[in-house]
Write a protein that binds this ligand. Structure first.
Ligand code: IMP
Ligand code: MG
Length: 180
């Protein structure tokens, strides 16, 4: 009789190592700052998944950057988007007349970002762009193209660098494919 001895680490396969993440984020920062000139940029961090990415991205953008946080839950703990977006924390300040960038960890079906764009557009920002670290274009249920994309990845469930499975793995410094 064989007993399964698979450890947590056996279920993780590195997809994007730390040095590639950091190099790409430095590029994104330069690209974004170049596009906005010396204007103040309000980065809207979508919690929880994008807090690690946002922390690195705002430093890569440089110049005048404000930071807002929006709490969103779209998974209810599993690995499938439910399409039901729950706001768990709203912005703490107005974004009216500000140049805003929604900073996301990953766009999968596109349902969450679709909802967030609708929700934030009515608050009359001066501009509203989307920056996502990861993009899984194969799985779209609504049309959605981010203005800034770190990496396009295949349709696999990933964890690390802020992304979780049941609240774990957010503290991995790299992105890994999780195989149950
Ligand atoms: P969407 O609504 O399907 O586009 O999914 C958006 C949200 O689902 C993301 O902001 C993530 O929080 C989560 N998500 C989607 N794919 C993954 C994944 O592969 N790993 C971890 N979280 C994911
Ligand atoms: Mg997210």
């Amino acid at each position: 009789m064989s007993v399964s001895t698979a450890t947590k680490e056996d279920r993780l396969r590195a997809l994007i190592p730390e040095d590639r993440l950091q190099a790409r984020i430095a590029e994104l920062g330069r690209e974004i700052r170049g596009a906005y000139g010396d204007r103040t940029i309000t980065c809207i961090c979508v919690l929880k998944g994008s807090f690690v990415f946002t922390a690195d991205l705002i430093r890569a953008i440089g110049g005048d950057v404000k930071c807002e946080f929006l709490g969103v839950s779209s998974y209810q703990g599993g690995t499938q988007s439910t399409g039901v977006v729950q706001i768990t924390k709203d912005l703490s300040d107005t974004i009216e007349e500000q140049d805003c960038i929604i900073v996301e960890d990953i766009i999968d079906t596109g349902l969450t970002m679709h909802y967030l764009l609708d929700m934030l557009q009515v608050r009359r920002p001066r501009s509203l762009a989307v920056c996502t670290l990861l993009d899984k274009p194969a799985n779209r249920e609504v049309e959605m193209e981010a203005d800034y994309v770190g990496f396009a990845i295949p349709d696999e469930f990933v964890v690390g660098y802020g992304l979780d499975l049941g609240e774990l793995y957010r503290n991995l410094p790299y992105v890994a494919v999780y195989t149950p």
